[in-house]
Design a protein around this ligand. Structure first.
Ligand SMILES: [Zn+2]
Length: 295
């Protein structure tokens, strides 16, 4: 807990007094129509500027993502236990039906089942114990680095945008390279946090270039080479999602500019993106699947 400063109740709207403008950081009245310094409309965010900042304080990113991915994975296993596979690398792999039901993405769900929102949901799901273990370990190692460079809210933005870009690229590749063999073929049915992990790496790469740190840039290049090598050696890994995630994270970092400080607006965007991507998992569970041939 930081000393000093006003104590903010996370769940209470602030109705009087002043807050920092989410866009420029100057003091404004919580009920002001417009920031006198930068012209931003409604800088008080209807009383939620303070609570949102409190939410973003500290380093909740890594535990938040790890607990959430773990909980979704357990739900995928438990809700269709008889379909769980135990073979080889697929040990403790949720049933194929649950992959689809929870919001796996790729050519099949998007183009055949018309579940167009799944590029948002797929990053929260995992296909087996090795899969989730490897991805969470990567997040555990990379998350604090990115959080340190960008702040927690921009880390969330990079993470979600990297993930979505990865699954969009993989799904498009499934359309463009239909009929081609792996690794050219895109993701027919794909899921996992690794597109987001590559998004974090892409952001670190951009940071190294933008900030002029060859040490950071070289570290990112090393992660990229080993990550892609690993992906092309193990059959079935969705390299399109990795490459897409890498590009998405790089562009997100370019857009956010790591040399500028994190702003209140980033907290708002992070919350919106999280709500959209988690909402996509809920939507996947709510929209019934058509009868599938293998059932
Ligand atoms: Zn302002």
């Amino acid at each position: 807990m930081a000393a000093g400063g006003p104590q903010v109740n996370m769940f209470r709207r602030q109705k009087t007094g002043s807050v920092l403008c989410p866009s420029c950081g100057q003091l404004v009245g919580v009920n002001d129509e417009e920031c006198l310094n930068c012209g931003r409309k409604r800088p008080g965010l209807w009383g939620f500027t303070g609570p949102l900042r409190a939410l973003a304080r500290g380093d909740a990113f890594v535990p938040f993502v790890m607990w959430l991915c773990g909980a979704v994975y357990l739900a995928m296993l438990a809700s269709d236990w008889s379909g769980v596979s135990f073979e080889g690398l697929g040990i403790l792999s949720p049933s194929g039906r649950n992959w689809l039901r929870f919001g796996a993405s790729g050519g099949f769900p998007v183009f055949v089942l018309e579940r167009w929102w799944t590029p948002l949901s797929a990053g929260w799901l995992h296909g087996g114990l090795v899969h989730i273990g490897f991805n969470l370990l990567s997040i555990y190692n990379l998350g604090p680095v990115v959080s340190h460079l960008y702040g927690p809210s921009r880390t969330v933005i990079i993470y979600v945008l990297g993930s979505v870009t990865g699954f969009l690229v993989s799904t498009l590749a499934a359309f463009v390279f239909a009929g081609y063999p792996w690794p050219l073929a895109g993701g027919g049915l794909t899921l996992g946090a690794s597109a987001a992990v590559f998004g974090l790496i892409g952001a670190v790469l951009h940071y190294g270039r933008r900030g002029g740190s060859s040490l950071i840039r070289d570290q990112a290049v090393q992660w990229i080479i080993s990550g892609l090598l690993f992906g092309f050696m193990l059959r079935g890994i969705d390299n399109w999602a990795h490459i897409g995630g890498l590009g998405g994270g790089y562009l997100a970092s370019k857009w956010l500019d790591p040399l500028k400080p994190e702003r209140g607006d980033h907290v708002v965007l992070a919350v919106v993106l999280l709500a959209l991507s988690l909402g996509a998992v809920v939507l996947s569970l709510v929209v019934p699947l058509p009868p599938l041939r293998y059932e």
